[in-house]
Design a protein around this ligand. Structure first.
Ligand SMILES: [Zn+2]
Length: 276
């Protein structure tokens, strides 16, 4: 059970300073801002409410101190500038080569390498979102909880390797690239259409945890044997991202929605299904 917090509590990341920061985003704003312009919605697997139209993604008070909030902010700026705002731009193609064709899901997904950044930086970014969702008490993430030992491992890594200034962040993230941790997938689609994203959710099934924010899905693997090799970001030099054709991306999102509807059906009864 997650507990509501106050400003006098200690920061959940550094565990040193007071958690005075308010309105911390759980999922970085740059990933979600376009969702809400068109009246997007967010939905979680265990939320009591139906998919709701909202103006902004989940925010939380009193989880971080200002210093740790700043560390996340620097990390997010770097990832937005080096990856998310660039990879669809044809002028940046050389920084995002396709290195494997048809890697997983019956050979339908190509894999792109992110040569514009170290694998450590991307790993810290992905872990930071899983960690924040796990400690969040917001309705959408209320039931999303990593195993405690996993949550603590991510916290220690984030606290150790996130710098307070941009250059420090880059240097530390570079060091972190050499550390092998839990594998993860990043999935996205090259073609953005108005109805290809529009979803923030969280799932946890058999040692796999999934978070989805607009056109980026992240899956974290925690159960042995851990997947290893291309596309799973186990020990690759550069971060790898699976690219789904837009029709497959829509199928993927649609199957998530069906799964979520089924979970709600189990939790609430038949009306859970009719709301979708
Ligand atoms: Zn802190």
């Amino acid at each position: 059970m997650k507990i509501t917090r106050s400003a006098s509590d200690v920061c959940l990341l550094c565990q040193l300073q007071a958690s005075t920061k308010q309105r911390s985003h759980i999922v970085p704003k740059f990933l979600t801002k376009k969702i809400f312009i068109g009246g997007g919605f967010q939905i979680g697997s265990h939320t009591k409410h139906a998919a709701r139209k909202v103006q902004d993604s989940a925010k939380e008070d009193f989880i971080l101190c200002p210093g740790c909030e700043e560390r996340f902010s620097i990390l997010e700026t770097l990832v937005a500038n080096k990856f998310y705002n660039r990879f669809r731009d044809p002028a940046s193609k050389n920084n995002f080569p396709i290195t494997h064709y048809g890697l997983y899901l019956q050979g339908q997904i190509d894999t792109m390498e992110l040569r514009s950044m170290t694998s450590g930086l991307m790993r810290l970014f992905v872990y930071s979102i899983f960690w924040r969702a796990s400690i969040s008490t917001c309705e959408i993430y209320k039931e999303f909880k990593l195993e405690l030992k996993i949550e603590e491992m991510l916290r220690q890594d984030l606290d150790t390797y996130l710098g307070y200034k941009m250059q420090e962040m880059l240097t530390l993230a570079d060091t972190y690239s050499a550390h092998i941790r839990l594998p993860y997938n990043l999935l996205t689609t090259l073609t953005i259409t108005p109805d290809s994203g529009n979803l923030i959710n969280s799932l946890q099934v058999d040692g796999k945890y999934l978070l989805c924010a607009n056109n980026l899905a992240m899956i974290l693997y925690t159960e042995q044997p851990l997947p290893y090799g291309g596309g799973y970001n186990a020990n690759s030099r550069f971060a790898e991202v699976g690219l789904l054709p837009v029709d497959k991306w829509k199928e993927f999102i649609s199957s998530l929605l069906h799964f979520l509807a089924h979970e709600r059906y189990k939790a609430r009864g038949l009306e859970g299904l009719s709301e979708l």
